[in-house]
Write a protein that binds this ligand. Structure first.
Ligand SMILES: [Zn+2]
Ligand SMILES: [Zn+2]
Length: 126
């Protein structure tokens, strides 16, 4: 049905569309405004596209992609991102300054996990 293609197709900032954050399997979505605000800040500093490779995940999809149980992706507090033509360390430093509370550094797969968890700052590397 044509109308279903329009689900979540809503511009939520000059740089992001809500659909970018939706679960790929069911199109359901949760997105915390604090996460969006920090991603917009990142996008402004970078002056180039920030690709959301994984935003909200339903429990089933989270299991399918091997996400940890109770992942922050499942409550709309996390996004995995990729940015072209920038060193991952450089990108990490910028994200540190924006002060995401959770940052995962995935060197081999060349992406960062960013979240706004309400608990203490957490950093990890894979
Ligand atoms: Zn899903
Ligand atoms: Zn993640």
């Amino acid at each position: 049905m044509q109308m279903l293609n329009q689900i979540n197709d809503i511009i939520i900032s000059p740089y992001f569309n809500l659909s970018e954050f939706a679960c790929p399997c069911c199109k359901k979505i949760m997105l915390h405004p604090k996460l969006l605000v920090k991603l917009i800040e990142l996008r402004k500093i970078l002056e180039r596209p920030v690709y959301i490779t994984s935003g909200y995940r339903c429990t089933r999809y989270n299991q399918k992609v091997g996400g940890v149980t109770n992942s922050y992706h499942c409550i709309g507090l996390a996004a995995d991102i990729k940015v072209k033509d920038i060193n991952l360390i450089e990108l990490l430093e910028i994200c540190e300054n924006i002060d995401f509370t959770g940052i995962g550094f995935y060197e081999k797969k060349n992406f960062l996990h960013l979240d706004v968890r309400p608990t203490k700052r957490t950093r990890w590397r894979e």
